[in-house]
Design a protein around this ligand. Structure first.
Ligand code: GRF
Length: 204
């Protein structure tokens, strides 16, 4: 079972997925490819260190979003990627990817969706003053953080919480939850039917 991880930044989720793959905690899935739209991003260095192949591109070198997504799809097909895993990939996808990989394309978002979609979900939650936020793993559809939800974890926001302390808590939860969800996919436990998601921990 082969996954591709799309990331634009730090890459702590990428790293957690790679480590889980190495210890067998990904349900037998392997990281076949990193896709990154920012040549200077830390995640590119992490992939080099881990020996994971990367497709790093600069969107400005392409005439349109569709053009670079077509190239990405070509590479995913070459490697026979089963699941596309967005982990801090800061670009909205077009139907080129969304339609081709519907039901096989997931994202992790640092809030309890549908609360606080879009950029800086952690800042939005703290500014609003909610006492509970968390992490959501969901299928990707045409919208911004609107796809069917697969798994969520709640995290309390304590008094005196700062965006630094809360993002640390969020990253800690993400490092556990994302590999676990990917392992469900690798074991065939997750099904999507319209907007209906089923997670059956016993396969078949
Ligand atoms: C994570 O908090 C994720 O929820 C959001 O972007 C962040 C990526 O962090 N979509 P990292 O690059 O994996 O460290």
């Amino acid at each position: 079972y082969r996954i591709a991880v799309f990331a634009s930044g730090e890459g702590s989720n990428f790293q957690a997925l790679a480590e889980a793959a190495n210890t067998g905690a990904l349900g037998g899935a392997e990281l076949a490819l990193l896709v990154c739209d920012k040549p200077s991003a830390s995640v590119v260095r992490r992939a080099e260190q881990l020996g994971i192949p990367a497709f790093v591109f600069n969107p400005k070198d392409y005439v349109s979003r569709e053009a670079y997504e077509r190239e990405i799809v070509m590479r995913l097909e070459e490697l026979q990627v089963n699941l596309v895993v967005l982990a801090g990939y800061m670009r909205l996808l077009t139907p080129v990817l969304v339609e081709r990989y519907r039901g096989r394309l997931i994202n992790i978002h640092p809030s309890l969706l549908p609360a606080f979609p879009g950029k800086d979900a952690i800042g939005q939650a703290l500014d609003y003053g909610v006492r509970v936020s968390g992490v959501t793993v969901h299928f990707v559809d045409e919208g911004m953080d609107t796809g069917p939800i697969i798994a969520q974890r709640a995290i309390n926001i304590v008094s005196g919480e700062t965006s630094e302390s809360f993002s640390q808590a969020v990253h800690g939860v993400e490092r556990e939850l994302y590999p676990e969800v990917v392992s469900w996919f690798a074991q065939g436990f997750v099904k999507l039917d319209g907007r209906q998601v089923t997670v059956s921990r016993t396969s078949g």
